[in-house]
Design a protein around this ligand. Sequence first.
Ligand SMILES: *Cc1c(COP(=O)(O)O)cnc(C)c1O
Length: 411
Amino acid sequence: MMTTSTGALTTRAEQLDAADPLRAYRDLFVGADDPGVVAYLDGNSLGRPTQASAERINSFVTRSWGGRLIRGWDEEWYDLPITIGDTLARATLGAAAGQTTIGDSTTVLLYKLARGALALRPGRSEIVVDRDNFPTDRYVLESIAGELGLILRWIESDRRGGVGTGDLNAVVSDRTALVVLSHVAYRSGYLVDAAAAARVTHNAGALLLLDLCHSVGSVPLELDAWGVDLAVGCTYKYLNGGPGSPAFAYVRAEHQQDFVQPIWGWMGRDNPFAMAQGYEPAPGIRRVISGTPSILGMLALQDTLALLDEVGMEAVRAKSIALTEYALDLVRDVLVPLGVEIGSPENAAERGGHVIIDHPQFETVVERLWQKGVIPDFRAPQGLRLGLSPLSTSFREVCAGILAIRDELTD
Ligand SMILES: *Cc1c(COP(=O)(O)O)cnc(C)c1O
């Protein structure tokens, strides 16, 4: 039963925007006023570009690349993966300097970090991972298990929830070498209690590798304080780095000296320009690097890091919770009566920055929505995922998007 009129719902959304302390940040993004995009609800798959990035990329081509040419490597680029890594660590990861670098894709970094971690736990035979983890995470670990003759110990997690501390406790043992979890589940949005997961993992003598793709830039992180051993994450989602922008890797300082990743390249070697015989890993986090990093690819994310640094992750999280709470209220009001089900945790403390809703018609509905400029993501089997990037999404957009879904289901 629909109790509230479209006009009243829109007015309410406009009031929430007017009261939003972060509302002005939305105007800093390219396309925020594009009338062809009614509601961008997929900033967690591909974040919008900032206007600052458009200028930064242009200036990089004309001044840095075009002007400094090969000298740019000596003057700035060689250190950039580490200096941006340090900024990312400070602004978003709750991590001290010297533990984070930018480069490769999340998939490749996951491989490198998992292999490096397993080498730190020789004689242990199992890797723990959950069935509902993102496909690339599962595939990479399947490949490593095959390569090294290890066993994958699967957690059968709830599709609408995620991996709870009890689930983890039930599977880790003195055979466990490594636990790999997504901090925020890509489908349900379930938020893992990372400090508890680290405790359970460490009590078994194993290492914890977190995938932060759906948390970085959306959920405050305290990697150092939580005791997380290793982490990877994307920069093209909530960090707006652009399609295919390189990922980041975190290796806790205490593990670095013994950490050896499997792709030995010259750029991760100690003193690479000596062109010497034999591989000697560079000191510190630089040893995670293999070949020449994509400098062009790591330009745009710096602009979002600057915004996050300015706003602070607590304020970002407050807006994020307000957006997901609002979206779920509206879903209960106008979509649940039409047979839609909520596939995300209803308790905000257990939820990241997106929500997913299920309906058998959503696979066809999503195509029609995209044509109308309402852009959520479809996630099989029947989910519409609403990604509410805190700095670039308005309440008005959420309202327009959910009302458009209602119209598709009632037309
Ligand atoms: C988006 C995402 C990835 C993507 O990995 P790529 O190597 O960038 O394709 C990996 N893991 C999770 C959990 C993701 O959400």
